[in-house]
Design a protein around this ligand. Structure first.
Ligand SMILES: Cc1cc2nc3c(=O)[nH]c(=O)nc-3n(C[C@H](O)[C@H](O)[C@H](O)COP(=O)(O)OP(=O)(O)OC[C@H]3O[C@@H](n4cnc5c(N)ncnc54)[C@H](O)[C@@H]3O)c2cc1C
Ligand SMILES: *[C@@H]1O[C@H](CO)[C@@H](O)[C@H](O)[C@H]1NC(C)=O
Ligand SMILES: *[C@@H]1O[C@H](CO)[C@@H](O)[C@H](O)[C@H]1NC(C)=O
Ligand SMILES: *[C@@H]1O[C@H](CO)[C@@H](O)[C@H](O)[C@H]1NC(C)=O
Ligand SMILES: *[C@@H]1O[C@H](CO)[C@@H](O)[C@H](O)[C@H]1NC(C)=O
Ligand SMILES: *[C@@H]1O[C@H](CO)[C@@H](O)[C@H](O)[C@H]1NC(C)=O
Length: 528
């Protein structure tokens, strides 16, 4: 990997930039970049302001939540799209020197849009061009740049080997930069843990514009960027990951049960066994209010969607012993290669070629809101019935229950910033999508999901009520006074990181005491 000389950059930035008062931030920024790059870089071709014709296209290309795609959404004063590492270095130094907030975007999947929205003037550092993936089969590792998508990574792994995979998210358009720095999980987490449990090295640009690898950044910072959110600490350029073995044949199934088909009993059983089943087996439950067979009456549909690292016959054995209540039949099971299972989990049919994973255009864009929780003790059948009633009353918010246990319970809570390990049965994602454009619709659906979250209080983790950083939720962690950034940080920080929050604050105070790398939910340095 190429490295620019940090010494040279330091030297150049000893000189403050002097400018006429009339210059716009764009002109000032561009001048700064020009001064610190080679003329052959033609740096202006990667710097956009709102009057550039392609500004809107570039901005919208990685917006993945229509709530932040409105004319009223605050827009960046500048978008910069680095083509090489030195461009990232100078973008950091120049935005620092002109005092404009820098937002880093890789895949743009942040659920509350904080990689491309801000209520203060800001620049987007858009990483989509830095997306190379280099696989080294001899060591079963890969270097993946932040702007790559999970789909590109899976595709490339499968092209190289049919017995390797990587444990990360199921949505192929998610970006590596946000996903890995925020934890990252998918349907192999019971076997292999989170994405960050399989990260071996990284390359970042720090607040001084230096490029550092694991050795250069030290173990504290390397720990922090494996789940603490990269955006608090620097710009992640790339991660070195360890590939994991997958069998040539894996098995998937999807079985749906409504309340009339005993969904309550089956979900109750699931809550008692899902984290204890064979580590090769991951069964997610999707819970949604739907119409029942009786006109005008709603029911709850539980969809059990599974990934098994083995063949159908062994899966049937595991299910017979551990979860017979689901009534899985051999006809429900579909055997396939790991990469076909990636497509299956991304809702593509079996005739779709894996090249679709290279597409950066999501197949649907919605208005959406997500929230998260952790269930630590099984909910009683009465409790579940009460929850179903509340879900139906509330409207269309659904749940996704993702089982933990297995490898997740073996990794100490302090190993990475992600703290939700042993003792958690499952993570809950609250999920609501809508397509109504009116801004009033947002209020309605946001209220729905918040109400359901409040109904769930007795059934989920407490003090603090845990949350998953990658399921960004700006609702959590705002203090009553709404002013004290550090106190706010303590509130959301405890929920996302629990006992690891203090160490993150220490690392932050060490590597970025002036808090240049910040956003609405970043790690605050100690108040000075
Ligand atoms: C449709 C959909 C499906 C999802 N499925 C899953 C899933 O299966 N499993 C899961 O764990 N999560 C899932 N997520 C959540 C996803 O992991 C997070 O939103 C993740 O942060 C997205 O990364 P990104 O690069 O696409 O996002 P971005 O919006 O670009 O970034 C997210 C955050 O990371 C920061 N960041 C981005 N790049 C860098 C970088 N290079 N250096 C430093 N900071 C950076 C941003 O500033 C922002 O704070 C899903 C999200 C969506 C929208
Ligand atoms: C944006 O416009 C400026 C002139 O205002 C120009 O110098 C620059 O090259 C344009 N950027 C892009 C990416 O086209
Ligand atoms: C954003 O709006 C544009 C039209 O202005 C549309 O083409 C695009 O699909 C929208 N993206 C999202 C995520 O809503
Ligand atoms: C639901 O459970 C009851 C009693 O446990 C059983 O008699 C009935 O057959 C089940 N219904 C379905 C659709 O499985
Ligand atoms: C599979 O999906 C593709 C689009 O991805 C569609 O064109 C095709 O008709 C589908 N095939 C089947 C058998 O459903
Ligand atoms: C909601 O939107 C997300 C992201 O666009 C998509 O992945 C998911 O399938 C949608 N869910 C429903 C029920 O439409």
């Amino acid at each position: 990997m190429e490295m620019a000389s940090p010494i040279l950059l330091f030297f150049l930035f000893l000189f403050p930039i002097s400018l006429a008062a009339s210059d716009s931030p764009y002109d000032t920024f561009l001048q700064c970049l020009t001064d610190h790059s080679n003329p052959s870089d033609q740096i202006s071709s990667i710097v956009y302001n709102p009057s550039n014709t392609s500004y809107t296209t570039v901005l919208q290309s990685y917006i993945r939540n229509a709530r932040f795609n409105r004319s009223t959404t605050p827009k960046p004063v500048i978008i910069v799209t680095p083509l090489q590492i030195t461009h990232v270095q100078i973008a950091v130094l120049c935005s620092k020197s002109i005092g404009i907030q820098l937002k880093i975007r890789s895949g743009g999947h942040d659920y509350d849009g904080i990689s491309y929205v801000s209520d203060v003037p800001f620049i987007i550092l858009d990483m989509f061009n830095l997306r190379s993936i280099t696989i080294d089969m001899a060591s079963e590792t890969a270097w993946v740049q932040a702007g790559a998508t999970l789909g590109e990574l899976y595709y490339k792994i499968a092209k190289t080997s049919n017995v390797h995979g990587f444990p990360a998210g199921v949505c192929p358009t998610v970006g590596v930069g946000g996903h890995l720095s925020g934890g990252g999980y998918g349907n192999m987490l019971r076997k292999y843990g989170l994405s960050v449990d399989n990260v071996l090295d990284a390359q970042i640009v720090n607040v001084n514009g230096q490029v550092l690898d694991r050795k250069g950044m030290g173990e504290d910072l390397f720990w922090a960027i494996r789940g603490g959110g990269g955006a608090s600490f620097g710009v992640v350029l790339s991660y070195k990951i360890g590939l994991v073995p997958v069998p040539e044949t894996v098995t998937v199934f999807r079985v749906e049960k409504t309340l009339e088909q005993n969904a309550t009993d089956i979900v109750y059983r699931w809550l008692n066994v899902a984290d204890k089943l064979d580590n090769d087996l991951f069964i997610r439950v999707l819970l949604q209010p739907v119409n029942s067979n009786v006109k005008g009456v709603k029911t709850i549909r539980a969809s059990f969607i599974s990934m098994f690292l083995g063949d159908a016959q062994r899966l049937m054995e595991v299910m017979k012993n551990g979860f017979p209540e689901l009534g899985l039949k051999i006809e429900d099971c579909m055997e396939m290669s790991w990469i076909q299972s990636v497509l299956y989990w991304a809702n593509y049919n079996s005739t779709t070629a894996p090249e679709v994973l290279l597409s950066r255009i999501p197949d649907s864009v919605n208005f959406l809101k997500r929230k998260s929780d952790y269930i630590q003790t099984p909910i009683s059948k009465d409790g579940l019935e009460w929850i179903w009633k509340k879900m139906i009353e509330t409207g269309k918010t659904g749940f996704v229950f993702n089982p933990y246990g297995g490898k997740m319970s073996e990794i100490p809570a302090s190993e990475t910033p992600f703290p939700h390990r042993a003792g958690n049965i499952c993570k809950v994602q609250y999920s609501v999508n809508w397509s109504d454009e009116a801004e009033d619709a947002d209020k309605n659906y946001m209220n729905q999901i918040r109400r359901l979250y409040s109904y769930m209080t007795p059934f989920v983790s407490k003090s603090p009520r845990g949350a998953f950083l990658n399921y960004r939720d700006l609702d959590i962690g705002v203090t009553d006074n709404g002013k004290d950034r550090y106190e706010d940080g303590v509130v959301y920080g405890q929920k996302y990181f629990m006992g690891n929050f203090d160490r993150l604050v220490k690392v932050k105070s060490m590597v970025d005491p002036e808090n240049f790398f910040r956003n609405e939910q970043s790690i605050p340095p100690f108040p000075s």
